[in-house]
Design a protein around this ligand. Structure first.
Ligand code: NZQ
Ligand code: ZN
Length: 385
């Protein structure tokens, strides 16, 4: 096992009806800014429930944080927080709203130009406003981690950042708040959580059997629950388990002490920034091609994945690996998330612009061995067509 620090201070308040706890979780004298996305929080009544729970406090609202939150929008929230002397932030939404709130929390008292926060991937952040979250979409794990991804539209750059100051103080996970999700977002969430686990598990053997078996348990649970979440959309237990799996997939636990990959995510971010695909759509496209391209380096773990996750134990080693990659692709497709660039009307013409963006953003040595160079990324993208 590798050396590691494990630190996660986020309090999770899980279950139906827990939004009322906001009154206890946020300091009584706080001046609160509630941040949300488009109209879903208002339409579903979640925003009203939040406002009801905070009725005794001074509360301001900031809506309009878009999916793949933009620097340009978030800077407006930063100005509002400074102008109104807000001292506590509350995100109500999915990963985009929570990530955006993290950026605002980091930028409000940042001494330099906030763009540096993204350019330095968060390492320059030295202070942050406290914030909490009310999660409405199980997918990213942002509710219990210290990372985010923000897009600067003017640069077509979607950049990740993280800092130990950027854990939510608390997150409220009420599974019944996910009943209103469109099928596309439910499926996206399953794919995103699945790929989060894969990025931390499917690398090379790390003598970490607990992390491996946690990861395999999460993958098996997603395979079991994903289709049910679509076919039984009002089943509370399915949504509750899905919500907790997605949180555990990226709260630091399974990634502690093991090598991590993240090449699929970094290539995926560039596809979203240039061509607007949903985050999970990019992962469904890139992951099968990435596994194929890097099957030699991932040989031992691919065989373990084939056997323990997909029950594939007969045939030659290469046949089992092929079958595991096919099963992975079929799982995404069965959820309704397409796995080829062509399915999104993108062809050969996108490959070189994407490679140029990876180079521009310093994404030139990706993967668990830091050997996914632009030349390898090009081969992966060719295999995504
Ligand atoms: O904008 P509104 O109207 O609120 O609608 C949203 C949005 O259109 C809607 N939605 C959310 N909850 C709903 C709902 N609609 C009905 N009922 C509800 N209960 O869903 C749409 C998508 O929301 P979004 O927050 O964009 O989705 P998701 O949670 O998948 O977040 C994706 C973002 O998270 C980043 C991605 O890159 C992407 O920008 N990620 C963040 C990570 C992290 N912080 O650790 C890790 C991930 O790898 C990921 O990169
Ligand atoms: Zn992701």
């Amino acid at each position: 096992m590798l050396n590691f620090d494990f630190y996660n201070p986020t309090l999770i308040s899980f279950g139906e009806g827990r939004i009322a706890e906001l009154d206890r979780l946020i300091p009584a004298k706080a001046r609160v800014l509630v941040l949300f996305g488009g109209d879903s929080a208002r339409r579903t009544g979640t925003l009203a429930e939040v406002q009801g729970a905070l009725a005794d406090r001074e509360v301001l609202l900031f809506g309009g944080i878009e999916p793949n939150p933009s620097y340009e929008t978030l800077i407006e929230a930063v100005a509002l927080v400074r102008r109104e002397a807000v001292d506590f932030l509350l995100a109500v939404g999915g990963g985009s709203v929570i990530d955006g709130t993290k950026f605002v929390a980091a930028a409000v008292n940042y001494a330099g130009e906030p763009w540096e926060i993204l350019q330095s991937h968060g390492s320059k952040v030295t202070q942050a406003l406290p914030f909490g979250a009310v999660l409405t979409l199980p997918a990213t794990g942002s509710e219990m981690n210290n990372g985010g991804v923000v897009t600067r539209k003017s640069e077509q750059a979607k950049l990740p950042f993280r800092n130990k100051l950027l854990f939510p103080v608390f997150s409220i996970l009420d599974p019944s708040k996910t009943f209103t999700l469109p099928e596309r977002q439910v499926a996206n969430g399953v794919v995103d959580a699945f790929v989060h686990v894969v990025e931390q598990y499917l690398t090379y053997p790390g003598d970490a059997p607990v992390q491996d078996r946690f990861a395999e348990g999460l993958l098996l649970t997603l395979i079991e629950l994903g289709p049910k979440a679509l076919s039984q959309p009002q089943d509370y237990q399915v949504r509750a388990n899905l919500m907790w799996v997605a949180t555990l997939a990226l709260n630091g636990l399974i990634g502690a002490g093991v090598p991590q990959d993240w090449a699929t995510h970094m290539i995926g971010h560039e596809i979203t920034a240039l061509y607007g695909l949903d985050h999970a759509q990019t992962l469904a496209v890139v992951l099968p091609a990435m596994l194929q391209q890097r099957r030699a380096a991932k040989h031992a773990k691919l065989l373990q994945y084939a056997e323990r996750v997909w029950g594939l134990s007969s045939g030659s080693e290469e046949q089992r690996i092929d079958a595991a990659i096919v099963r992975t692709r079929d799982f995404f497709e069965a959820l309704g998330v397409k796995t080829r660039l062509g399915d999104y009307q993108l062809g050969q013409e996108v490959v070189e612009p994407l490679i140029a963006q990876l180079e521009a953003h310093g994404m030139t040595r990706l993967g668990e061995h830091r050997d996914v160079t632009p030349a390898i990324s090009r081969q992966v993208l060719q295999a995504c067509l």
